[in-house]
Design a protein around this ligand. Sequence first.
Ligand SMILES: [Zn+2]
Length: 150
Amino acid sequence: MAETEKMVFDGKLDINYKYASGKVTGKFYDEIEENKKIFGIKCSKCNTVYVPPRQTCGPCFTTMEEWVEVQPTGVVTNYTIVNYAEPLIQPMEPPYAQALIKLEGADTPFIHLIGEVDVEKVKIGMKVEAVFAEEKTGNILNIKYFKPVE
Ligand SMILES: [Zn+2]
């Protein structure tokens, strides 16, 4: 059998694009941006409240339409400490914590930043609350980050 020589080309693609959030994620972002309220969406079959909301409940395959306001407070269910800068994606200087946060009233956790804390003190079970951005961002960073609550 002939040995195949591998050909490797180093390169980089720089692609500008816009991503349409859709009506469900659009409402989620709008409520945060305009009213500083966080909404989930509830499955009429299994009663799961999804935050962030999605159109379809995966296990039930039902289209969800019932919006439910959840609390801006919740609990860290998992986290990681980020030690490198990604200034185009994340505004925080490393090291910072990114966590899965389950908000009160939601059944699913969503990912966000943890601020106003020494990253060494972030832990599973930590209670946190949303700090809303003062200026509109047009994206999930309308919640600037979550900070610990005593
Ligand atoms: Zn369901």
